[in-house]
Design a protein around this ligand. Structure first.
Ligand SMILES: NC(=O)C1=CN([C@@H]2O[C@H](COP(=O)(O)OP(=O)(O)OC[C@H]3O[C@@H](n4cnc5c(N)ncnc54)[C@H](OP(=O)(O)O)[C@@H]3O)[C@@H](O)[C@H]2O)C=CC1
Ligand SMILES: N[C@@H](CC(=O)OP(=O)(O)O)C(=O)O
Length: 363
């Protein structure tokens, strides 16, 4: 039997919170091998094990520890089939542009290009079909050109997953409120949230987070229009979101308490809402992507779940867990949603997008 030739993957921002998760997820991936690691000039030239301040519960994989970190310049990543970015957004804009201009494929966690109409904003258990925008743009190109796909804000990822089957089955959501309880790994490691700020405390502000959630939902749940080759955003009439974001002393896993009201009357029953979420199977799973969860949304009936420490790794962190689904006296329903912020909210989403690109022969 001939050996399986894996695709070469690079990671930008490899030393950070998202970067470290990429290192773990790529260590034993069936289709990708970690080939180049990039970080700031402070880390460049050092072996990864010396450059990184490792903060994961799992040990640093030996396969990555001796790799020498380089600066984030396209020339060092020229052999990569795909480059994942976990770059600090202050630097991602210019660096990622240079990579795309040099013909590389970038799957980015940074916020810089999420609103670009030519860049799909993808939560891979929700809207991989938006990648058709790239497929249709590059299909007639003869020379190799780079492209970019953005991953959403991590709280947005958890929110849109249950909304997708609900909107498909029961129509537009007129109003939705979301109050988040976000893990400290979401704030990154440089410098990260200090112990004195978060111990015995809750911080009721995360810069820019509420605006991102309220806007990104509209692009991700919008539709890809083949005729015009564009993503059509949902309008305010099709969904209106109000978010309040809080940082809480949890290591990984963002919890969101949401209430929502459908536009159509009569509203479905609690059982119909639960069933629609439980039955949902994402396109990435149907296509055979190895990391895609068979059940993207796991609905729990226990009164005190989901809880981050107990439930964030369901579906290996690629699934979203929903609990406490019940009627709401003001809206139609309320429920609690939990998602792993550095897996389905960040690095895992990147890996799943790359698996989809591979399955569609786009890399
Ligand atoms: N953490 C999360 O849950 C999520 C994060 N994101 C986004 O992902 C990105 C990464 O986040 P996170 O991992 O939390 O952040 P961190 O602060 O933990 O990591 C930032 C990374 O960027 C690198 N970096 C900093 N300055 C430069 C530079 N001048 N040139 C090249 N590299 C540089 C750092 O390298 P060095 O160590 O050498 O300084 C580090 O590897 C951000 O854009 C964030 O907004 C998105 C969704 C979820
Ligand atoms: N702001 C998120 C993580 C993040 O960096 O998101 P974004 O890439 O949208 O800025 C959190 O604090 O948990």
């Amino acid at each position: 039997m001939s050996p399986i030739i894996k695709k070469k993957a690079g990671v930008l921002g490899a030393t950070g919170s998202v970067g470290q998760r990429f290192i773990l997820l790529l260590a034993e991936h069936p289709d990708f091998e970690l080939s180049v690691l990039g970080a700031s000039p402070r880390s460049a030239g050092k072996k990864y094990k010396d450059a990184v301040t490792w903060k994961q519960v799992d040990l640093l994989p030996e396969s990555s520890s001796e790799i020498v970190v380089c600066e984030c310049k396209a020339e060092y990543f020229a052999d990569c089939d795909v480059v994942f970015s976990g770059l600090d957004a202050d630097f991602a804009g210019e660096i990622e542009k240079e990579f795309v201009d040099n013909g590389l494929v970038i799957v980015s966690n940074a916020k810089n290009y999420r609103r670009d109409p030519n860049v799909p904003l993808v939560v891979p258990i929700v809207n991989v079909d938006h990648i058709d925008l790239i497929e249709n743009t590059i299909k007639n190109q003869t020379d190799k050109k780079g492209f970019q796909i953005c991953i959403s804000n991590c709280s947005t990822a958890g929110l849109v997953a249950p909304l997708k089957p609900l909107i498909e089955k029961f129509g537009p959501i007129e109003f939705l409120t979301a109050t988040t309880l976000q893990a400290i790994s979401g704030a990154g490691f440089s410098p990260g949230v200090s112990g004195i700020d978060i111990l015995d405390n809750i911080v009721p502000y995360i810069s820019g987070e509420e605006e991102k959630m309220e806007w990104e939902v509209k692009k991700i749940l919008g539709s890809y229009e083949t005729s015009s080759n564009e993503i059509k955003l949902l309008s305010d009439k099709e969904i209106k979101v109000s978010a309040q974001c809080n940082r809480v002393p949890v290591s990984d896993g963002h919890t969101e308490c949401i209430s929502f009201k459908f536009k159509s009357r009569p509203a479905p029953s609690v059982e119909q809402v639960k069933q629609a979420m439980s039955e949902y199977v994402c396109d990435a799973y149907k296509l055979g992507c190895p990391s895609a969860p068979p059940h993207s949304i796991i609905v729990l009936d226990e009164a005190n779940r989901p809880q981050p420490r107990l439930d964030r790794n369901r579906g290996n962190g690629y699934a979203v867990t929903v609990g406490r689904v019940r009627e709401d006296p003001i809206f139609d329903f309320k429920m609690v949603v939990l998602s792993h912020n550095t897996i389905i909210g960040a690095a895992g989403a990147g890996i799943l997008i790359a698996e989809y690109l591979l399955a569609k022969r786009l890399i």
